[in-house]
Design a protein around this ligand. Structure first.
Ligand SMILES: Cc1ncc(COP(=O)(O)O)c(C=O)c1O
Length: 428
Protein backbone atom coordinates (compact mmCIF):
# COMPACT_ATOMS: atom_id res chain seq x y z
CA UNK A 1 0.00 0.00 0.00
CA UNK A 2 1.18 3.48 -0.91
CA UNK A 3 2.18 5.35 2.28
CA UNK A 4 -0.10 8.29 1.50
CA UNK A 5 -3.16 6.00 1.30
CA UNK A 6 -2.55 4.57 4.76
CA UNK A 7 -4.38 6.34 7.59
CA UNK A 8 -2.04 8.25 9.91
CA UNK A 9 -3.72 6.77 13.00
CA UNK A 10 -3.07 3.25 11.66
CA UNK A 11 0.62 4.02 11.10
CA UNK A 12 0.86 5.37 14.66
CA UNK A 13 -0.88 2.30 16.10
CA UNK A 14 1.47 0.02 14.25
CA UNK A 15 4.83 1.79 14.46
CA UNK A 16 4.86 4.34 17.30
CA UNK A 17 5.37 3.37 20.94
CA UNK A 18 2.11 4.23 22.73
CA UNK A 19 3.72 6.37 25.45
CA UNK A 20 1.46 9.36 24.64
CA UNK A 21 -2.31 9.56 24.72
CA UNK A 22 -2.54 11.47 21.44
CA UNK A 23 -5.45 13.56 20.23
CA UNK A 24 -6.78 12.60 16.77
CA UNK A 25 -5.30 15.60 14.93
CA UNK A 26 -2.81 15.48 12.09
CA UNK A 27 -1.15 18.90 11.82
CA UNK A 28 0.33 19.77 8.45
CA UNK A 29 1.06 23.50 8.59
CA UNK A 30 1.57 26.27 11.13
CA UNK A 31 1.42 30.03 10.68
CA UNK A 32 1.91 32.32 13.68
CA UNK A 33 -0.70 31.30 16.28
CA UNK A 34 -2.57 29.13 13.79
CA UNK A 35 -2.30 25.43 13.05
CA UNK A 36 -3.95 23.63 10.10
CA UNK A 37 -4.76 19.93 9.96
CA UNK A 38 -4.76 17.45 7.06
CA UNK A 39 -8.37 18.33 6.24
CA UNK A 40 -7.63 22.06 6.07
CA UNK A 41 -9.28 22.79 9.43
CA UNK A 42 -7.91 25.93 11.12
CA UNK A 43 -7.10 25.96 14.84
CA UNK A 44 -5.97 28.71 17.20
CA UNK A 45 -2.92 27.02 18.67
CA UNK A 46 -2.89 27.93 22.35
CA UNK A 47 -0.96 24.71 23.08
CA UNK A 48 2.06 26.42 21.52
CA UNK A 49 3.97 23.14 21.35
CA UNK A 50 3.56 23.04 25.19
CA UNK A 51 5.19 26.41 25.90
CA UNK A 52 7.72 25.99 23.08
CA UNK A 53 6.62 28.15 20.14
CA UNK A 54 7.53 31.51 21.69
CA UNK A 55 7.40 33.32 18.33
CA UNK A 56 4.60 31.22 16.82
CA UNK A 57 4.81 28.85 13.87
CA UNK A 58 7.10 29.46 10.89
CA UNK A 59 8.31 32.79 12.24
CA UNK A 60 9.98 34.63 9.35
CA UNK A 61 13.11 35.64 11.25
CA UNK A 62 13.58 32.13 12.65
CA UNK A 63 13.19 30.63 9.18
CA UNK A 64 15.79 33.04 7.78
CA UNK A 65 18.28 32.18 10.54
CA UNK A 66 17.64 28.44 10.22
CA UNK A 67 18.18 28.64 6.47
CA UNK A 68 21.29 30.82 6.64
CA UNK A 69 22.96 28.94 9.50
CA UNK A 70 22.19 25.51 8.07
CA UNK A 71 23.80 26.49 4.76
CA UNK A 72 26.89 27.69 6.67
CA UNK A 73 27.52 25.33 9.62
CA UNK A 74 25.04 22.97 11.28
CA UNK A 75 27.19 21.04 13.72
CA UNK A 76 30.86 20.92 14.57
CA UNK A 77 31.23 19.38 18.10
CA UNK A 78 31.94 20.92 21.46
CA UNK A 79 35.63 20.19 20.95
CA UNK A 80 35.75 23.60 19.22
CA UNK A 81 34.53 27.12 19.93
CA UNK A 82 31.70 28.07 17.57
CA UNK A 83 31.26 31.81 18.15
CA UNK A 84 27.46 31.72 18.19
CA UNK A 85 27.37 29.45 21.28
CA UNK A 86 29.46 32.06 23.11
CA UNK A 87 27.15 34.86 21.93
CA UNK A 88 24.12 32.91 23.16
CA UNK A 89 25.72 32.36 26.57
CA UNK A 90 26.56 36.07 26.75
CA UNK A 91 22.98 37.18 26.12
CA UNK A 92 21.70 34.71 28.73
CA UNK A 93 24.22 35.78 31.36
CA UNK A 94 24.09 39.52 30.74
CA UNK A 95 20.52 40.14 29.67
CA UNK A 96 18.28 37.23 30.72
CA UNK A 97 19.75 36.62 34.17
CA UNK A 98 21.71 39.87 34.47
CA UNK A 99 24.15 38.40 36.97
CA UNK A 100 27.67 36.95 36.54
CA UNK A 101 27.65 33.30 35.60
CA UNK A 102 28.41 30.75 32.90
CA UNK A 103 26.26 28.49 30.69
CA UNK A 104 26.21 24.90 29.60
CA UNK A 105 24.05 23.85 26.62
CA UNK A 106 22.12 20.64 26.07
CA UNK A 107 19.02 19.56 24.16
CA UNK A 108 15.99 19.37 26.44
CA UNK A 109 14.54 20.35 29.80
CA UNK A 110 15.17 16.98 31.41
CA UNK A 111 18.78 17.12 30.28
CA UNK A 112 19.19 20.66 31.65
CA UNK A 113 17.88 19.41 35.00
CA UNK A 114 20.30 16.47 34.91
CA UNK A 115 22.99 19.13 34.58
CA UNK A 116 21.91 21.02 37.70
CA UNK A 117 21.49 17.75 39.62
CA UNK A 118 25.08 16.84 38.73
CA UNK A 119 26.21 20.35 39.69
CA UNK A 120 24.60 19.81 43.13
CA UNK A 121 26.22 16.41 43.57
CA UNK A 122 29.62 17.87 42.73
CA UNK A 123 29.00 20.82 45.06
CA UNK A 124 27.99 18.42 47.84
CA UNK A 125 31.34 16.64 47.44
CA UNK A 126 33.25 19.91 47.52
CA UNK A 127 31.43 21.36 50.52
CA UNK A 128 30.63 18.32 52.67
CA UNK A 129 28.52 18.09 55.84
CA UNK A 130 30.25 18.74 59.21
CA UNK A 131 30.57 14.94 59.49
CA UNK A 132 32.84 15.03 56.41
CA UNK A 133 30.28 13.11 54.31
CA UNK A 134 29.32 14.60 50.90
CA UNK A 135 25.95 16.34 51.04
CA UNK A 136 23.58 14.60 48.60
CA UNK A 137 19.98 15.52 49.29
CA UNK A 138 18.00 17.82 46.98
CA UNK A 139 14.70 19.13 48.28
CA UNK A 140 11.97 19.18 45.61
CA UNK A 141 8.24 19.82 45.81
CA UNK A 142 5.01 17.91 45.46
CA UNK A 143 3.28 18.65 42.15
CA UNK A 144 6.58 19.52 40.45
CA UNK A 145 7.74 18.19 37.09
CA UNK A 146 11.41 18.05 36.16
CA UNK A 147 11.52 15.59 33.24
CA UNK A 148 11.38 11.93 32.28
CA UNK A 149 15.01 10.91 32.58
CA UNK A 150 15.93 8.83 35.64
CA UNK A 151 17.22 11.90 37.53
CA UNK A 152 14.37 14.14 36.35
CA UNK A 153 11.82 11.50 37.33
CA UNK A 154 13.35 11.08 40.79
CA UNK A 155 13.22 14.87 41.27
CA UNK A 156 9.60 15.08 40.08
CA UNK A 157 6.98 15.30 42.83
CA UNK A 158 4.19 13.36 41.09
CA UNK A 159 3.63 9.67 41.75
CA UNK A 160 2.02 9.06 38.35
CA UNK A 161 5.30 10.05 36.66
CA UNK A 162 7.54 8.02 38.98
CA UNK A 163 5.63 4.83 39.61
CA UNK A 164 6.66 1.60 37.94
CA UNK A 165 10.26 2.59 37.25
CA UNK A 166 11.95 1.83 40.54
CA UNK A 167 14.42 1.81 42.07
CA UNK A 168 14.60 5.55 41.50
CA UNK A 169 17.77 7.57 41.90
CA UNK A 170 18.34 8.37 45.57
CA UNK A 171 18.75 11.77 47.16
CA UNK A 172 15.45 13.59 46.62
CA UNK A 173 12.94 14.63 49.27
CA UNK A 174 9.49 15.97 48.33
CA UNK A 175 7.89 18.65 50.44
CA UNK A 176 4.47 20.35 50.11
CA UNK A 177 4.72 23.30 47.70
CA UNK A 178 4.29 26.71 49.35
CA UNK A 179 4.53 25.20 52.86
CA UNK A 180 7.20 27.25 54.62
CA UNK A 181 7.31 25.25 57.84
CA UNK A 182 7.46 21.88 56.02
CA UNK A 183 10.43 23.26 54.09
CA UNK A 184 12.18 24.41 57.26
CA UNK A 185 11.63 20.98 58.83
CA UNK A 186 13.01 19.19 55.78
CA UNK A 187 16.47 20.77 55.91
CA UNK A 188 19.16 18.48 57.30
CA UNK A 189 22.96 18.34 57.35
CA UNK A 190 22.72 16.33 54.13
CA UNK A 191 20.75 19.00 52.18
CA UNK A 192 22.73 20.39 49.26
CA UNK A 193 20.08 22.08 47.12
CA UNK A 194 16.48 23.21 46.79
CA UNK A 195 15.02 22.72 43.30
CA UNK A 196 11.76 24.37 42.28
CA UNK A 197 9.57 25.70 39.50
CA UNK A 198 8.40 29.14 40.63
CA UNK A 199 5.26 28.45 38.61
CA UNK A 200 4.54 24.74 38.41
CA UNK A 201 3.33 23.88 34.91
CA UNK A 202 2.56 20.17 34.53
CA UNK A 203 1.33 20.06 38.14
CA UNK A 204 -1.65 22.29 37.24
CA UNK A 205 -0.30 25.91 37.17
CA UNK A 206 0.56 26.49 40.82
CA UNK A 207 2.25 29.81 41.56
CA UNK A 208 4.79 30.03 44.41
CA UNK A 209 3.91 32.54 47.11
CA UNK A 210 6.38 35.34 47.69
CA UNK A 211 6.77 34.24 51.34
CA UNK A 212 7.74 30.78 50.15
CA UNK A 213 10.26 32.03 47.58
CA UNK A 214 11.89 34.37 50.08
CA UNK A 215 12.11 31.54 52.62
CA UNK A 216 13.80 29.31 50.03
CA UNK A 217 16.32 32.08 49.41
CA UNK A 218 16.90 32.61 53.16
CA UNK A 219 17.34 28.91 53.94
CA UNK A 220 19.78 28.50 51.07
CA UNK A 221 21.93 31.37 52.33
CA UNK A 222 21.85 30.23 55.96
CA UNK A 223 22.64 26.58 55.25
CA UNK A 224 25.01 26.94 52.29
CA UNK A 225 22.44 25.19 50.12
CA UNK A 226 22.10 25.81 46.36
CA UNK A 227 18.93 27.50 45.11
CA UNK A 228 18.00 25.93 41.76
CA UNK A 229 15.20 27.26 39.55
CA UNK A 230 13.66 25.06 36.86
CA UNK A 231 12.58 27.67 34.28
CA UNK A 232 12.02 25.11 31.54
CA UNK A 233 8.32 25.97 31.18
CA UNK A 234 7.90 29.32 32.95
CA UNK A 235 11.09 31.04 31.72
CA UNK A 236 12.19 33.32 28.88
CA UNK A 237 9.20 35.67 28.79
CA UNK A 238 6.37 33.17 29.25
CA UNK A 239 5.25 34.87 32.48
CA UNK A 240 5.61 38.47 31.27
CA UNK A 241 9.10 38.85 32.74
CA UNK A 242 12.32 37.39 31.34
CA UNK A 243 12.49 35.00 34.28
CA UNK A 244 9.41 33.25 35.62
CA UNK A 245 10.10 33.88 39.31
CA UNK A 246 10.36 37.65 38.64
CA UNK A 247 6.66 37.73 37.75
CA UNK A 248 5.91 37.13 41.45
CA UNK A 249 5.76 40.52 43.16
CA UNK A 250 8.66 40.98 45.55
CA UNK A 251 10.81 38.23 43.99
CA UNK A 252 12.44 40.43 41.31
CA UNK A 253 15.71 40.65 43.26
CA UNK A 254 16.18 36.92 43.89
CA UNK A 255 19.23 35.49 42.13
CA UNK A 256 19.41 31.69 42.31
CA UNK A 257 22.63 29.64 42.11
CA UNK A 258 21.65 27.81 38.95
CA UNK A 259 18.83 27.83 36.39
CA UNK A 260 17.64 25.28 33.82
CA UNK A 261 15.81 26.17 30.59
CA UNK A 262 14.60 24.51 27.38
CA UNK A 263 11.22 24.72 25.60
CA UNK A 264 10.63 28.42 24.69
CA UNK A 265 14.30 29.36 24.42
CA UNK A 266 14.51 27.54 21.07
CA UNK A 267 11.08 28.54 19.77
CA UNK A 268 10.67 24.99 18.42
CA UNK A 269 14.27 24.08 17.74
CA UNK A 270 15.48 21.62 20.43
CA UNK A 271 17.90 23.23 22.87
CA UNK A 272 18.32 23.34 26.65
CA UNK A 273 20.61 25.39 28.85
CA UNK A 274 21.95 25.73 32.36
CA UNK A 275 23.20 28.97 33.90
CA UNK A 276 25.48 28.65 36.93
CA UNK A 277 26.28 31.60 39.16
CA UNK A 278 29.91 32.72 39.30
CA UNK A 279 29.67 33.12 43.05
CA UNK A 280 32.79 32.36 45.01
CA UNK A 281 32.53 29.53 47.52
CA UNK A 282 35.61 29.21 49.73
CA UNK A 283 38.49 28.78 47.28
CA UNK A 284 36.43 27.91 44.21
CA UNK A 285 33.99 29.50 41.80
CA UNK A 286 30.65 27.68 41.48
CA UNK A 287 30.47 28.15 37.69
CA UNK A 288 33.82 26.36 37.24
CA UNK A 289 33.23 23.19 39.25
CA UNK A 290 32.05 21.19 36.24
CA UNK A 291 35.57 20.91 34.87
CA UNK A 292 36.66 19.23 31.57
CA UNK A 293 35.45 15.65 31.42
CA UNK A 294 32.82 16.05 34.15
CA UNK A 295 29.79 16.66 31.91
CA UNK A 296 28.93 16.99 28.23
CA UNK A 297 26.54 16.62 25.33
CA UNK A 298 27.41 15.90 21.70
CA UNK A 299 24.68 18.12 20.25
CA UNK A 300 24.33 20.69 23.04
CA UNK A 301 24.66 24.26 21.76
CA UNK A 302 25.41 23.28 18.15
CA UNK A 303 25.86 26.28 15.82
CA UNK A 304 22.37 25.70 14.37
CA UNK A 305 20.63 25.39 17.76
CA UNK A 306 22.57 28.33 19.19
CA UNK A 307 21.83 30.58 16.20
CA UNK A 308 18.10 29.89 16.42
CA UNK A 309 17.96 30.28 20.19
CA UNK A 310 20.01 33.47 20.05
CA UNK A 311 17.50 34.90 17.55
CA UNK A 312 14.49 33.82 19.61
CA UNK A 313 15.86 35.32 22.84
CA UNK A 314 16.96 38.54 21.07
CA UNK A 315 13.49 38.93 19.56
CA UNK A 316 11.79 38.34 22.92
CA UNK A 317 13.97 41.09 24.40
CA UNK A 318 14.12 43.53 21.44
CA UNK A 319 10.43 43.30 20.50
CA UNK A 320 9.53 43.67 24.19
CA UNK A 321 7.33 40.59 24.05
CA UNK A 322 7.15 40.54 27.85
CA UNK A 323 5.01 43.67 27.63
CA UNK A 324 2.69 42.01 25.12
CA UNK A 325 2.40 39.03 27.51
CA UNK A 326 1.56 41.27 30.48
CA UNK A 327 -0.98 43.33 28.51
CA UNK A 328 -2.73 40.25 27.18
CA UNK A 329 -2.81 38.69 30.64
CA UNK A 330 -4.60 41.79 31.92
CA UNK A 331 -6.99 41.70 28.97
CA UNK A 332 -7.79 38.00 29.53
CA UNK A 333 -8.34 38.45 33.26
CA UNK A 334 -10.64 41.44 32.59
CA UNK A 335 -12.56 39.64 29.85
CA UNK A 336 -13.34 36.37 31.61
CA UNK A 337 -15.87 36.46 34.40
CA UNK A 338 -15.46 33.00 35.85
CA UNK A 339 -19.05 32.90 37.22
CA UNK A 340 -20.32 33.29 33.67
CA UNK A 341 -18.69 30.05 32.54
CA UNK A 342 -20.44 27.20 34.35
CA UNK A 343 -17.81 24.56 33.61
CA UNK A 344 -14.92 26.60 35.08
CA UNK A 345 -14.27 27.36 38.73
CA UNK A 346 -11.03 29.39 38.62
CA UNK A 347 -8.28 30.88 36.44
CA UNK A 348 -4.74 30.89 37.77
CA UNK A 349 -1.24 31.56 36.56
CA UNK A 350 0.74 34.53 35.30
CA UNK A 351 1.48 36.06 31.92
CA UNK A 352 0.57 33.61 29.15
CA UNK A 353 0.97 30.55 31.37
CA UNK A 354 -2.64 30.20 32.40
CA UNK A 355 -4.57 27.36 34.01
CA UNK A 356 -8.35 27.13 33.76
CA UNK A 357 -9.72 24.96 36.57
CA UNK A 358 -12.65 22.79 35.56
CA UNK A 359 -15.70 22.63 37.81
CA UNK A 360 -15.79 18.84 37.94
CA UNK A 361 -19.07 18.68 39.87
CA UNK A 362 -20.76 20.71 37.13
CA UNK A 363 -19.13 18.61 34.40
CA UNK A 364 -20.36 15.39 36.05
CA UNK A 365 -23.92 16.53 35.31
CA UNK A 366 -23.27 16.06 31.58
CA UNK A 367 -24.09 12.59 30.33
CA UNK A 368 -21.70 12.99 27.39
CA UNK A 369 -18.84 13.44 29.86
CA UNK A 370 -19.92 10.57 32.13
CA UNK A 371 -20.00 8.09 29.27
CA UNK A 372 -16.78 9.39 27.67
CA UNK A 373 -14.42 7.57 30.07
CA UNK A 374 -12.11 10.60 29.81
CA UNK A 375 -10.58 12.74 32.53
CA UNK A 376 -12.19 16.19 32.87
CA UNK A 377 -9.20 17.96 31.30
CA UNK A 378 -8.99 15.62 28.31
CA UNK A 379 -12.74 15.86 27.74
CA UNK A 380 -12.60 19.69 27.75
CA UNK A 381 -9.50 19.84 25.56
CA UNK A 382 -11.34 17.66 23.02
CA UNK A 383 -14.44 19.88 23.12
CA UNK A 384 -12.40 23.05 22.59
CA UNK A 385 -10.41 21.45 19.80
CA UNK A 386 -13.65 20.58 17.95
CA UNK A 387 -14.46 24.30 18.10
CA UNK A 388 -11.06 25.36 16.79
CA UNK A 389 -9.04 26.06 19.95
CA UNK A 390 -6.06 23.90 20.95
CA UNK A 391 -5.23 23.78 24.68
CA UNK A 392 -3.23 21.46 26.95
CA UNK A 393 -4.34 19.33 29.92
CA UNK A 394 -2.44 19.96 33.17
CA UNK A 395 -3.34 17.13 35.52
CA UNK A 396 -6.88 15.76 35.69
CA UNK A 397 -8.91 18.94 36.07
CA UNK A 398 -6.96 21.91 34.69
CA UNK A 399 -6.46 23.01 31.08
CA UNK A 400 -3.64 25.35 30.06
CA UNK A 401 -3.19 28.17 27.61
CA UNK A 402 0.41 28.52 26.41
CA UNK A 403 0.11 30.57 23.22
CA UNK A 404 3.02 32.27 21.43
CA UNK A 405 4.38 35.32 23.30
CA UNK A 406 3.61 37.44 20.21
CA UNK A 407 -0.02 36.27 19.91
CA UNK A 408 -2.33 38.98 18.63
CA UNK A 409 -5.10 40.53 20.75
CA UNK A 410 -7.73 39.58 18.16
CA UNK A 411 -6.61 35.95 18.38
CA UNK A 412 -6.93 36.09 22.16
CA UNK A 413 -10.43 37.59 21.78
CA UNK A 414 -11.36 34.71 19.47
CA UNK A 415 -10.00 32.15 21.96
CA UNK A 416 -12.00 33.72 24.81
CA UNK A 417 -15.14 33.56 22.68
CA UNK A 418 -14.56 29.86 21.89
CA UNK A 419 -14.03 29.12 25.60
CA UNK A 420 -17.22 30.97 26.57
CA UNK A 421 -19.35 29.32 23.89
CA UNK A 422 -17.92 25.82 24.36
CA UNK A 423 -17.98 25.77 28.12
CA UNK A 424 -21.48 27.08 28.53
CA UNK A 425 -23.55 24.04 29.60
CA UNK A 426 -26.65 25.31 27.76
CA UNK A 427 -24.85 24.97 24.46
CA UNK A 428 -23.31 21.59 25.26
C1 LIG B 1 9.26 22.57 34.44
C2 LIG B 1 9.72 21.50 33.49
N1 LIG B 1 10.92 20.96 33.67
C3 LIG B 1 11.40 20.00 32.84
C4 LIG B 1 10.63 19.56 31.79
C5 LIG B 1 11.19 18.50 30.87
O1 LIG B 1 11.50 19.08 29.65
P1 LIG B 1 11.75 18.16 28.35
O2 LIG B 1 10.43 17.57 27.99
O3 LIG B 1 12.26 19.12 27.32
O4 LIG B 1 12.74 17.14 28.74
C6 LIG B 1 9.37 20.10 31.57
C7 LIG B 1 8.52 19.62 30.46
O5 LIG B 1 7.32 19.77 30.46
C8 LIG B 1 8.89 21.10 32.45
O6 LIG B 1 7.67 21.64 32.29
Amino acid sequence: MNNSEEKTADIYNKYIVPNYGRFPLVPVKGEGSLLFDEHGNRYLDFTGGIAVNSLGHSNKTMVEVLTKQSSTLIHCSNLYQPRIQGDLAKVIVEEVVGSPGKCFFCNSGAEANEGIIKLSRRYGEMSPAPSGQPRREIICFKGSFHGRTTGGMAATGQEKIRSGFGPLMEGFKHVDFNDVSALQDAITEDTVAILLEAIQGEGGINVASIEFLLECQKICKEHNVLLLFDEVQCGVGRCGTLNGWQSIEGAEGIIPDAISWAKGMGGGFPIGAVWISSKKVRDFNLSDILAPGSHGSTFGGSPLASAVSYTVIRKIIDDNLCENVRNLNEFIMDSIEIDEIPLLSDIRGVGLMLGFVIDVEELEKLESFRISGQSPSIYIVNLLSKNGLLTVPAGADVIRWLPPLNVDKNEVKEAIKIMKVTLSDKII
